[in-house]
Design a binder for this molecule. Structure first.
Ligand code: NAP
Length: 367
């Protein structure tokens, strides 16, 4: 397999990593993770006061997406940027343009399907020609699902179906999540979207409710089918899977839709909420099934080690390609997940890596 040493023309000091949207809920987790891993975060955002209030000795740089020169100044000396400012329909393109000018890698945490599609559509050729790395959706939704599907696939490059079931104990959304949902909804003209027959399909059908048997201890749960997340962009970007379906625990979907949905509340010293998650991934090819599940705590908090591990691998040349690429395409997926073992527990439930033993309580997927 090919490895490309990252060598962006304008690469700055190796340990400086800019975080755009640094004072947002996810941005703060990313800044903390960078510090923990010995990187020097540069705090970027549109509101100088909010940046100064969280600085703790870090350099702050005000910049706005409507002012390209401010973005260029803010990226001076940065080795890479992590964009945590959503809705990404507004922030991704101007920031990617700035990273192409600066010749540095770009990673974002966008969960907006249309914004992620735009990143692939508008920047694939230019980023590849420039030798720049652009990794959209490098977070819980989009990135982690893709790493898990790629790991479950193992030596397969094609499958008939991929199912990704999100067993969230609850979902207390941030303002950014809600705003991004509104923007995506508007871009779809209020329609729904699913990935079927090898493409995104917009439709008005009601979403099905079904039962999903998660691995123990979660067990059987009601899930909303076709609750379509960013994995429908990342997975088919590099794997030949015509049906990619995502499911959401019905309870978490109801939390998200509640008119007075509370914001996440910190319960530990890392600032994580009590929310737990299981992502149960099943791929099928012919009569064969492969299945992997990951468990952890707090979907926003876990996005930080995902994004920072991505930057670390890009800056140390542990990548497989250049241009716009999803997590599963650009990184060694099982190795990436191994590196996150402090934050994620992984179980191979069938297929390569399955160590056998009792199947009781390991779940049976869709029922
Ligand atoms: N893929 C995933 O799994 C995943 C995980 C975590 C987060 N996300 C996404 O990341 C985004 C942020 O989420 P969050 O939880 O951090 O929300 P948040 O706490 O509400 O923070 C949003 C941040 O974005 C900034 N922002 C918004 N629009 C901006 C603009 N036009 N220019 C500059 N800054 C802007 C906000 O700055 P102001 O205060 O100045 O508005 C704030 O810093 C959302 O789109 C969310 O969906 C995705």
């Amino acid at each position: 397999m090919d490895h490309f040493e990252y060598a962006g023309a304008g690469m700055g000091s190796g340990r400086n990593v800019a975080v755009f949207g640094a004072y947002g809920h996810t941005g703060r987790f990313v800044v903390a993770e960078l510090r923990e891993r010995g990187y020097v975060p540069l705090l970027l955002g549109r509101d100088l006061d909010k940046l100064l209030a969280m600085a703790e000795g870090s350099e702050v740089r005000q910049a706005s997406v409507g002012d390209p020169a401010s973005l260029d100044r803010a990226l001076k000396g940065a080795a890479a940027v992590i964009n945590c400012a959503g809705p990404f329909a507004t922030t991704a393109a101007p920031l990617i343009e700035a990273t192409l000018r600066a010749g540095i890698p770009y990673v974002d945490v966008a969960a907006e399907i249309e914004a992620n599609v735009d990143t692939f559509t508008h920047f694939a050729d230019r980023a590849r020609a420039a030798g720049t790395v652009v990794v959209p959706a490098m977070a819980f939704y989009g990135g982690l699902g893709d790493l898990l599907v790629t790991t479950a696939m193992s030596d397969w490059t094609a499958a008939d179906e991929a199912h990704i079931a999100y067993g969230l104990s609850s979902w207390h959304p941030t303002a950014g999540t809600l705003a991004s949902g509104v923007i995506s909804g508007r871009r779809r003209g209020g329609r729904r979207v699913r990935f079927t027959g090898g493409r995104l399909e917009y439709h008005d059908d009601a979403l099905p409710t079904l039962e999903w048997s998660f691995p123990a201890p979660l067990g059987d749960q009601s899930v909303i089918g076709e609750f379509t997340m960013a994995d429908v962009v990342t997975v088919p970007s590099h794997l030949d899977v015509p049906e990619v379906r995502t499911y959401m625990a019905a309870k978490a979907a109801a939390d998200l839709a509640a008119p007075d949905a509370p914001a996440p509340e910190a319960v530990d010293e890392r600032g994580r909420s009590a929310q737990t998650f299981v992502i149960d991934v099943l791929v099928r090819s012919g009569g064969t099934e492969r299945r992997v599940a990951a468990t952890g705590q707090d979907i926003y908090a876990i996005s930080a080690p995902l994004a920072v591990e991505a930057v670390d691998r890009i800056l140390t040349g542990r990548t497989r390609t250049v241009g716009v690429a999803s997590a599963g395409a650009i990184f060694d997926a099982p190795d990436f997940l191994d590196a996150l073992s402090k934050h994620l527990s992984l179980r191979h439930l069938s297929g390569p890596g399955y160590e056998g033993g009792s199947t009781r309580g390991t779940g049976t997927g869709p029922r």
